[in-house]
Design a protein around this ligand. Structure first.
Ligand code: ADP
Ligand code: MG
Length: 322
């Protein structure tokens, strides 16, 4: 066996238990159709862009899969499986073993089996690319398009924690107490895809997307796709206790949290009549959902207003690679 084949056999075949993966012994995998729609998404993560070189291999694996699971959840899709492309500098066992172990745990936890992939070498930074497949009943994928004036703007979880966690890692800041800092760093390294909300979104949301590049910029994308505008009360945006105290202490502005990336929460437009049922059902599924604003007629970019009704000035709306 070549080094490449034995690497695949050693680390990834044990994960490929789904019959459609054929034990990674074929050229392609097979996804059975039950007449559902297949929803496809892909996201790559790159060393020193989406994760740091000294991030643990376990969290790198979890992030690579979870950012894709987050997209599937936002589309109202239930996970069906994924393929994995790895670009590695070398076949380092001490990195690959924990990477594969954590990937297998997440694949099992989220019901998203490994179906296949490709393994290549690179002289450059590590890259992990995942393409994930999900299922919805026919025609039921939730789009960015579809938000209507009067819908409530709803977001899950808390916003800005991953941005703060990355900032702590980058600056080695000690301004945040140790346990809280660890929680923020964990939010950056290990997103919590809202997989449990997929069917709820199908039944309640006019439009949805996951918040990956910054709430402000992502809401602007949802509004543009829907041909609407929105007004958000910044004071209603859900924040963790750690984020709130950093704001109170004047160490960070709310604008930075609204524009910071890596939240991997769900942003959606819910018609008024379904709002309380959505929030209640999300809560029962263990996810806080918070109404933060309203969809408005018009095509101007969404506005974020403070307690006194004046508009926040945002220097930037989101993270952009270029
Ligand atoms: P080929 O060169 O014929 O395209 P490969 O040698 O790249 O095939 O892959 C052999 C098998 O191993 C295929 O089933 C492929 O899906 C699987 N595979 C390769 N790399 C990975 C990986 N990183 N994760 C999961 N499966 C992989
Ligand atoms: Mg082949």
């Amino acid at each position: 066996m070549s080094g490449e084949d034995s690497l695949i056999a050693r680390y990834f075949r044990p994960l490929a238990s789904n019959p459609g993966a054929f034990g990674l012994g074929d050229d392609a995998a097979l996804l059975k159709s039950d007449g559902d729609d297949l929803v496809v998404t892909t996201d790559a993560i790159i060393e020193n862009v989406h994760f740091l070189a000294d991030d643990p291999p376990e969290t790198v694996a979890r992030k690579a899969l979870r950012v894709n699971l987050s997209d599937l959840a936002a589309k109202g899709a239930n996970p069906a499986g994924f393929v994995l492309t790895l670009a590695l500098r070398d076949a380092d066992d001490s990195w690959l073993a924990p990477f594969a172990r954590a990937l297998g745990e997440d694949a099992a936890q989220f019901g998203c089996p490994l179906l296949g992939g490709d393994t290549v070498s690179t002289p450059g930074p590590l890259m992990i690319s995942v393409t994930a497949f999900g299922r919805t009943p026919v025609g039921r994928m939730i789009h960015r398009q579809g938000a209507k004036p009067g819908d409530r703007v709803v977001v899950t979880g808390t916003i800005g924690d991953a941005f703060l966690g990355l900032d702590i890692l980058r600056t080695k800041s000690t301004a945040v107490e140790t346990a809280a800092a660890a929680r923020l760093i964990d939010r950056y390294r290990v997103p919590q895809p809202r997989t449990g909300l997929a069917s709820l979104l199908r039944d309640h949301a006019h439009a949805a997307m996951d918040v990956s590049d910054g709430l402000a910029g992502d809401l602007a994308k949802l509004c543009a796709a829907s041909g609407v505008s929105a007004r958000v009360e910044a004071s209603l945006v859900p924040l963790s206790a750690a984020a709130r105290s950093l704001i109170t202490e004047g160490r960070v502005g709310i604008e930075s949290l609204l524009a910071g990336g890596d939240d991997y929460e769900i942003l959606c437009a819910i018609p008024e009549g379904k709002l309380s049922s959505f929030i209640e059902a999300a809560g029962a599924a263990g996810v806080a959902a918070t109404a933060i604003g309203i969809i408005e007629r018009g095509t101007s970019p969404p506005r974020f207003v403070d307690g006194s009704g004046s508009e926040l000035v945002m220097r930037r709306l989101s993270y952009s690679h270029f």
